[in-house]
Write a protein that binds this ligand. Sequence first.
Ligand code: CP
Ligand code: NVA
Length: 333
Amino acid sequence: MNLKGRNFLTLKDFTPEEILYLLDLSADLKAKKKAGELTEYYKGKNIALIFEKTSTRTRCSFEVAAHDLGMGSTYLDPTGSQIGKKESIADTARVLGRMYDGIEYRGFGQDIVEELAKYAGVPVWNGLTNEYHPTQMLADMLTIREHFGYLKGIKLVYMGDARYNMGNSLMVACSKLGMHFVACTSKKYFPNEELVAQCQEYAAQSGATITLTEDVEAGTKDADVIYTDVWVSMGEPDAVWEERIHDLTPYKVTSAVMKNAGEKAIFLHCLPAFHDLKTKIGKEMGERFNLTDMEVTDEVFESPASKVFDEAENRMHTIKAVMVATLGEPETR
Ligand code: CP
Ligand code: NVA
């Protein structure tokens, strides 16, 4: 498999075989890291990390992975560069493309990361847009595969706002890989019809199924994976909190949901999560709306079924694999 020179903008651009190759590469790089084997294949190369939104996992994964691969990295924070203010994306891409061997972008519209990729002349990696979060998908799929030993036939239920980056990306990943994807949420939050239709085409090839349902009991019955995300995403206005809490509270991941899913079910969340509302924003929202948790209860989050920290660790191994594959696998690996 040769992905040298490719961008990594959404899993829609990748075949199931290419996705599985990236997962195998991730597992291999993870094993090397655990064995203490050095992987400094790209000494002399450098990457740029553009973040127009904040991050813990994605930024740290790119920085640690770059360091492990022998590369230098430059972090451009949401306020510290000319991007989007004084300078266009096309000009930024052409400047950074002259200095760096790869560019990560986290920010707003998918059209922005596509524009960056069009002009950069080096691989561009999507570190989250409003529409997609493809590096998160590799970490999630690796975590599921590590836990169950396979992906095909797994039933994954996404509860929450399924119209945004996480719901969209999970539907694409599951439909490409022959999994059973369920969006279990209020109708208002179902993924858009065009993307559902496109994913139905992938599903017809892979044996996957796609179900959209408002029924929690039927939707989560015998699930292998229960997945949720914050109810209000980065960049959304504060004004939507009240409506989201009202609409999505019936789709909170509780112990009853996990019990209905089945004994072997696991819980995943891309994180950060509002499970105990001890954080600054959590506290503010908890007091404002008289809540002790939001999308998931603390009980589920802290239970043995919760694999969220395995998942978070896998962000680093999978992001490393994306860089290795698109920068070109070294002969000596
Ligand atoms: N899951 C995820 O992307 O986390 P960060 O926002 O911390 O990068
Ligand atoms: N939907 C969330 C995902 C965070 C990783 C957001 O966009 O803020």
